[in-house]
Design a protein. Structure first.
Length: 422
């Protein structure tokens, strides 16, 4: 288990002896923190390569850069938390408040992202960020406060958070933004703006989301931070799509694709294409969805990104269905199910079986859905994962209801509910 950072008990451990806490920061090196963390690895890599810094500070800075890299490049959240925790301890020993604040945020981000990946509530991350915020407020450390407020705002973007928590996240983001502006930290100001775009979109404040995205775009362009600029364009596309501006969303997504292509970032290029496919499905634009999903699939196959491959297949199947290309939809989902079954990827296999059931029900082809739904339940039970079994039973209940088998449908639904309550 990764080490969990405890709330500070000795205030002197966080005393910054190396520089004024509210002093101006050096200009940011051109770098980027993907879709999940900050764009600070360049700043800390520069410190790690500075021969005038102490050996301990250089090592701590390199550990920070490694932690952020694990989040942004590898999506290895355990390794990120471990490296971030090591950097944190070293910055504590140095009395470097800036390093402490940034490392704490990376650790919280890693914990948050791991919880999200496992579809769990980020309770430990919330506790840590809240405890540290209280301590920074008590000690009057503005940068530490801003760092934890940003971490808490990010936590509010998670799937397990409700509208009340997201509104609170907006308030926390605004407070963090104010502090970073007072400190003159432009890169972190931009990082907060990106989180606010997500939060505004989640609470359906679409114009505020678009406004924050445009501010972030201008700021990162001034900084010469191309990767963060591309990230802002990505979020602008989402904000426009969410507000119903399909043409504007497509234009921003295409602009983001061009940026990622220039930067050579294929994963983010694929993510933009998935965004276009998703919104095309939601707007019943089947051909556009298929086109974007198939382009994304080519890239994702090369990257061997299984979870996103599944997403691309889903959007392509949905697109074919919307375009009334039913044979193509069935062919793709059946071939994909067979592929994942042969590979021994049970979760992906079940995903495709349930997608097959969904398409069949949409086409009112109940008899085609029936054997696939039964197979899904059998596969889920064999693998022994209760959550997967609950999902499969839910689909089986829908098929049984469509077959007017109401007693059987009720039994399957009750069994599914019982599993999820456990």
């Amino acid at each position: 288990m990764i080490p969990i950072v405890q709330a500070p008990t000795d205030p002197s451990r966080y005393t910054n002896t190396s520089k004024a806490e509210d002093g101006q920061l050096p200009a940011q090196t051109k770098t980027w923190g993907a879709a999940t963390s900050d764009a600070l690895s360049g700043r800390y890599t520069a410190i790690a390569e500075d021969a005038q810094q102490s050996a301990q500070k250089r090592e701590a800075a390199m550990l920070f850069a490694v932690a952020e890299g694990h989040i942004n490049d590898n999506e290895d959240f355990d390794a990120a938390a471990q490296a971030g925790s090591q950097a944190l301890e070293m910055f504590k020993n140095l009395g470097d408040i800036e390093g402490v604040a940034d490392s704490l945020r990376v650790v919280v981000d890693a914990m948050r992202l791991k919880a999200g990946k496992n579809e769990e509530s980020p309770d430990e991350a919330l506790r840590l960020a809240s405890d540290e915020l209280a301590w920074f407020r008590q000690e009057g450390h503005k940068r530490g406060q801003a760092s934890m407020l940003l971490a808490l705002a990010r936590l509010s973007t998670g799937a397990k958070r409700g509208n009340k928590e997201r509104e609170q996240g907006v308030r926390q983001g605004k407070e963090a933004l104010k502090i970073y502006r007072e400190l003159g930290d432009k890169p972190m100001e931009g990082a907060v703006l990106l989180v606010l775009v997500e939060l505004y979109s989640l609470v359906k404040s679409h114009q505020e989301a678009i406004g924050a995205a445009n501010k972030a775009l201008a700021l990162f362009e001034d900084l010469g931070d191309q990767k963060s600029e591309a990230r802002a364009m990505h979020l602008l596309a989402h904000a426009r799509f969410a507000s119903g501006q399909l043409d504007g969303g497509n234009q921003a997504a295409e602009d983001a694709i061009a940026m990622w292509q220039e930067l050579g970032n294929k994963r983010q290029e694929a993510i933009e294409l998935l965004a276009i496919a998703r919104w095309s499905v939601e707007e019943d634009l089947g051909n556009e969805a298929v086109n974007a999903a198939e382009k994304a699939l080519v890239i994702l196959e090369e990257l061997q990104d299984t979870s996103r491959i599944r997403a691309a297949i889903k959007y392509a199947v949905r697109g074919h269905s919307l375009a009334q290309e039913i044979d193509q939809a069935y062919h793709l989902v059946e071939a994909s199910a067979a592929r994942f079954k042969e590979a021994g990827d049970i979760e992906s296999h079940l995903d495709m079986l349930e997608l097959h059931v969904s398409v069949a029900l949409e086409q009112e082809d109940v008899e085609a859905a029936w054997p696939v739904a039964e197979e899904a339940v059998k596969v889920a039970r064999r693998c022994g994962k209760k959550k997967l079994e609950g999902n499969a039973l839910e689909w089986l209940a829908q098929v049984q209801q469509a077959r007017d088998e109401f007693v059987e449908a009720l039994a399957a639904a009750k069994e599914s509910i019982s599993i999820f309550r456990e």
